[in-house]
Ligand binder design. Structure first.
Ligand code: T4K
Length: 369
């Protein structure tokens, strides 16, 4: 076993470095470094082919946070957006930065995605959109949210974790009014920093694309108030390399996941997240749940002492962070329990079964102490 591999929740990996460096060199020589150059267009095209639906448009952007904000701004919404408290803070910041007010609903205890029942309880006249998150690469209740969309509520999925995952054979990207993927260094497809917006609404896609470039529609014309949210050519080269290996990355991650699934049930006091029906997961994260917060923290610290770096995604809940704390006093029993007991164990493409064995031996030892 190669012990020197970092046992971290995520690890960027570019196996073909010589080829990658060569492509970066050729971008440098072209002197075309940004402003929607050929690499960015190629990335959008290849992701479009992968999604295998000619009706979908793909727009690249600087990161998923600004991507989600632009989607909501481009929709010209005013009012409130229902989302989940159990997410990375970016989901909620994007809503606020788009001038909208987040409303939190609780999550489903099996999938950790927004619970339709809880969303129903929060529906009101001023709810103009929902932003469900495909947490850990699990897929939200697509049918329920499609029903809301038909009632006129805009549905913008935060799909930061879900590139490559499939629901009933259909690749994530095709759902709702728009989906926003993250290409951050910790994600399954990695452009160092980056995001992709996918929508079947071509007008919306055009608008968002203009908005990523200050709203320029020509050298001397500005159509709308935009920002600078462009992906650079160098980022797109990283993204393309990583994207072309997506199937291999998923296969490597599934092998790691399967080993965890074989070993963890033999250890008491730890529960691995159940596999979702009708979903081909991308194995982006490997969440486990402990009986209580004390044991979760004990395991986190114990693993860290052995240079095994798990993460508490997502603790604290977003409404408990300083900018939101005073405004949101609702209780979210399922999300609160998940936040206190979750630990995302290391999973990445360089890990082998022996690494999982080592991690599980440590888990077993720490929990028995
Ligand atoms: N929506 C959701 C549901 C999200 O999870 C995220 C991002 C977003 C939206 C927004 O997407 P972007 O705007 O970022 O495109 C990380 C990431 O910064 C963040 O992108 C991600 N979610 C979140 C879940 O995790 P940290 O602060 O927890 O990551 P960090 O730096 O501690 O890294 C985690 C592990 O990865 C470390 O053990 C080391 C390893 N790592 C990390 C980086 C950055 C590397 O090996 N190399 C690296 O370059 O936030």
């Amino acid at each position: 076993m190669t012990d020197e591999i970092p046992l971290t929740t995520a690890l960027p990996h570019f196996p073909d470095q010589a080829q990658l460096l060569e492509e970066i060199r050729s971008v440098l020589e072209s002197r075309m470094l940004t402003n929607r150059g050929p690499q960015v267009l190629q990335l959008e095209k290849e992701v479009g082919h992968f999604l295998d639906n000619p009706k979908l448009s793909v727009v690249s952007c600087a990161n998923a946070t600004v991507g989600a904000e632009l989607v909501l701004r481009a929709m010209n919404l005013k009012g409130k957006v229902i989302t989940t408290p159990f997410t990375f803070v970016a989901t909620v910041h994007a809503i606020v930065n788009a001038g909208l007010e987040p409303v939190f609903a609780d999550i489903d205890p099996e999938t950790y995605c927004l619970s339709p029942k809880s969303v129903e309880e929060k529906l009101a006249k001023d709810i103009v959109a929902v932003s469900p998150v495909h947490v850990y690469g699990n897929i939200c209740d697509i049918d329920y949210f499609e029903g809301l969309r038909k009632k006129g509520i805009r549905v913008v999925y935060d799909s930061a974790h879900a590139l490559g995952a499939k629901h009933k054979g259909k690749a994530v990207g095709a759902f709702g009014d728009a989906e926003v993927f993250s290409l951050h260094a910790t994600k399954i497809v990695n452009a160092c920093e980056g995001g992709l917006i996918v929508t079947h609404d071509q007008d919306l896609a055009k608008k968002i694309s203009l908005m990523t470039n200050f709203g320029f529609s020509g050298e001397t014309s500005i159509e709308l108030v935009g920002t600078n949210a462009k992906m650079s050519e160098i980022h797109a080269v990283f993204g393309l390399h990583s994207f072309r290996r997506l199937a291999d990355s998923i296969a490597a991650r599934r092998k790691v996941e399967n080993r965890y699934r074989a070993l963890l049930p033999g250890i008491s006091d730890i529960k691995i997240m159940a596999k979702q029906k009708h979903v081909d997961s991308n194995a982006q994260y490997l969440p486990v749940f402990l009986p209580n917060e004390t044991l979760r923290d004990k395991l986190y610290d114990g693993l860290k002492a052995q240079q095994i770096f798990a993460r508490k995604y997502f603790f604290p809940l977003v409404p408990h962070f300083a900018p939101y704390r005073d405004r949101y006093r609702d209780r979210f029993p399922v999300a609160e329990a998940a936040a206190k007991t979750v630990l995302c164990l290391p999973i990445h493409t360089l890990m082998q079964e022996a690494h999982v064995d080592k991690i599980c031996e440590n888990i077993s030892r720490i929990l028995k102490q």
